[in-house]
Design a protein around this ligand. Sequence first.
Ligand SMILES: Nc1nc2c(ncn2[C@@H]2O[C@H](COP(=O)(O)OP(=O)(O)OP(=O)(O)O)[C@@H](O)[C@H]2O)c(=O)[nH]1
Length: 455
Amino acid sequence: MSSTWFWIVVVAVVVLVAVLVSGLLIARKRRISIAEQREVEEKPKGGGYAASGGISLAPGGKTAEAPPEPSPEPSPAAEPAPEPVVEHPVEDRPEVDGQPAVGDDAAVPRDSDQRTVRDVKLPEPVEEAAPEAVVPGTVEPIEEIESPAGRLERLRGRLSKSRSVFGQSLLGLLGGGDLDEDSWQDVEDTLLMADLGAATTTQIVDRLRDELNRRAVRTSAEARELLHEVLTASLSTDAERSVRALPHEVDGKKQPAVVLVAGVNGTGKTTTTGKLARVLVAQGGTVVLGAADTFRAAAADQLQTWGERVGASVVRGKEGADPAAVAFDAVKQGISEGVDTVLVDTAGRLHTKTGLMDELGKVKRVVEKQARVDEVLLVLDATTGQNGLAQARVFAEVIDVTGIVLTKLDGTAKGGIVFQVQKELGVPVKLVGLGEGPDDLAPFEPGAFVDALLG
Ligand SMILES: Nc1nc2c(ncn2[C@@H]2O[C@H](COP(=O)(O)OP(=O)(O)OP(=O)(O)O)[C@@H](O)[C@H]2O)c(=O)[nH]1
């Protein structure tokens, strides 16, 4: 009897000791996780987006066509002389043939009264000719343009806002070791809040889970390495990221590259056009700018200012003139002046305006009467998140977008739209806007971008 009691006491002591020891171990593990997390949070903020080189440019022309383009472009500059309709493209107004006009709303019945440019009463008579060259062509830059090296240095740290939210919380979660389901939910939420979208988020989380099963990740450095790898892989694409803005030859004659810049209002089209002109001029190129945003006089004025600062001709029309006519004349002038690049800034009403989208398609068709459009850059504002993606889809239906420019990355805690837009449209992000300054345009590089996100 007494030996039974002895053994009961021994077992009870052993159980008590085991409970105490495992409790201590769990408490210690938690302390380590928290310490590692704190280490991540206290990381200095130095080092931001720093692309390894300048903006990569490629010649236009058939051979430089990007692989993911959904449909082949019409043949380049095969027609030497413009067709009759092109000689007076301003008369090719949509309102006379019952087609939607620029500014029409999809919700407005076609047979209701429509506001057209003909109804606009101008206070004073304006010049006769529609499109005209305002600044004579010149090859010398008027303003000193920052060298690519200096530019990249100055762009450091511009992504600090994105980094603090996105990268730091992900690193904090993954750096703590084994993740329970709640922690995985937090990882998912962080990715969704950074605008990566449901599909991309699921892909990234699945990949992270696989990798975490395969390798032990215990420190913040290991977590960073894993995240860097998975996020960079998610951004990679086979598509060419060079901007096709260099001249090429057609039938032995120099042909300027033609670049259309499209996007909705306020995304930064005009600013991007001006910044790109500076990049080209800084590399010794000559540029003609086409102010095909004829709905807002200020937009043409803004582009003209960029042109004057950089030393590029600007072709613009009267307010309300046919954007296709202006684009056509800009390309015509570019060819006759023998410049390297014609950059056409287009109008950007909301994408729900069917008239605008028709007009944009028309701009491209009319331009292609005399020269191939080598690059169609769609400008998206990173701060608009999912809405930017919706815009991109609509533009891609109307015009073959060949590259994305993501602007205002300096002003957002998000930036995940980069991941989605490439995947969904099959179009590479080629450039990023990192500020309002004239040289705040950088090439998009997945590795550098992820570096900046993770800090
Ligand atoms: N912070 C920041 N601001 C930018 C960037 N790119 C453009 N902006 C600003 O965004 C505003 C709109 O830029 P615009 O170039 O006029 O935009 P837009 O698309 O041409 O607009 P519309 O002419 O109205 O169609 C301006 O105040 C620009 O300075 C960028 O990368 N970062």
